[in-house]
Design a protein around this ligand. Structure first.
Ligand code: DGL
Length: 264
């Protein structure tokens, strides 16, 4: 039977993974859930993140998904083991694939990786563990950037406000001269123009993209359900629809349905 892919995030960040999915799996179906009623996840406790992630996964399975891409760094860093223990479908997070890509880049350079993530992601130490497991000699700096998600969720991906916060968080790491900078929260690639201009000389690693590439190794293209995307959110579908079409560079992303995630 064909596999149907479910992708979820706290909001708009997972669209960075969805865009890659569309590139690799033209005309294939995926079901996207953005938990816009409860974003941001990155300021919540690990217990709350596990509870939200469980509901998000249940919803996607209920809609027919049979493989889950956790397109959220915060959930991948804090709840992936919990999800894998509780659900009997393949579950792919962003941490290991992004760490692998960053280590490859670092091994061709000075051996340095910077990780950018939400407060909950940095606190978990998950990226650092994944990097050190691949190569213990890699030097890692982690920086929590809690204002990046609200900026992106409100459409401030360039201009003075974005530049101000990006410089505030990243200026102190410029001297580290990382070979690779993991955009460890899937919202952050939406800010990559501004981030790249501050951290010049480092290669930015898009964690959502790396997770989809990892999923593509598991999936043969022929075995993926056909039919294009279905979008669901837990609040404010109009605002999601407007920003999603901008981020995905489309005239429209199609209908965005609103669901009650607390009932899952
Ligand atoms: N895209 C989520 C992540 O990758 C954002 C987390 C949040 O909602 O704070 O971490």
């Amino acid at each position: 039977m064909a596999t149907t892919v479910g992708i979820f995030d706290s909001g708009l960040g997972g669209l960075t993974a969805a865009a890659e999915f569309e590139k690799l799996f033209d005309n294939k179906k995926y079901i996207y859930f953005g938990d816009t009623a409860r974003v941001p996840y990155g300021t919540k406790s690990a217990d709350t993140i596990c509870r939200y992630a469980t509901q998000d996964t249940r919803f996607l399975l209920d809609k027919g998904a049979s493989l889950i891409i956790v397109a959220c760094g915060t959930v991948s860093a804090n709840a992936i083991d919990h999800l894998k223990r509780n659900f009997d479908v393949p579950i792919i997070g962003v941490v290991e694939p992004a760490a692998k890509k960053a280590v490859e880049l670092a091994l061709c350079g000075k051996g340095r990786v910077t990780v950018l993530g939400t407060s909950a992601t940095v606190k978990s130490g998950a990226y650092e563990r994944a990097i050190k497991k691949l190569d213990a000699s890699i030097e890692v700096r982690s920086v929590a950037c809690p204002m990046f998600v609200p900026l992106v969720e409100n459409g401030y991906t360039s201009g003075e406000a974005a530049e101000l916060f990006v410089k505030e968080y990243l200026q102190p790491t410029v001297d580290f001269e990382a070979d690779a900078v993991i955009l460890g929260c899937t919202h952050y690639p939406h800010l990559s123009g501004v981030i790249g201009s501050v951290l010049q000389g480092s290669t930015l690693v898009n964690s959502g993209k790396e997770a989809v590439i990892a999923a593509s190794y598991l999936l043969g293209n022929d075995s993926v359900s056909v039919g294009g995307p279905e979008f669901y959110v837990s609040d404010a579908p109009e605002s999601f629809e407007r920003l999603a079409s901008i981020f995905m560079q489309k005239d429209a992303v199609g209908q965005v349905n609103c669901i009650d995630i607390e009932s899952y």
